[in-house]
Design a protein around this ligand. Sequence first.
Ligand code: HEM
Length: 94
Amino acid sequence: MITVGMDYHVLPGKQRDFEEKFNAVLTALRGAPGHNDSKLFRDVGDDCSYLIISDWSDENAFGEFVRSQAFRDVTNWGKEQILSDRPRHKVYKH
Ligand code: HEM
């Protein structure tokens, strides 16, 4: 099992676009072998600050997701139009 924690900070006014894209990625991940669940949390003290927690039972499946063209399209869009800073992430293996 691995759990990934991702910190994101979006540009003011881009919160809805980010949340909608998260839901689109989650819909694509639903039913994907090796993905258990992913959740999006918003900071009550800063509505541009988010945390994604993503649980995987298969590390290879996670690797394929991160290397996929579909995900690269999301991250490129995110870097160009949505995020104010580079996301920071932590991977917890358990
Ligand atoms: C279920 C939803 C999501 C999951 C599980 C997820 C997971 C991840 C992971 C694991 C990484 C690190 C990849 C690496 O090690 O190279 C990453 C990077 C990134 N993610 Fe997400 N992400 C999600 C949604 C999003 C969304 C909606 C955006 C759009 C703004 C986004 C934008 C990015 C960007 C820009 C990077 C950095 C890529 C780079 O450094 O080149 N992610 N994400």
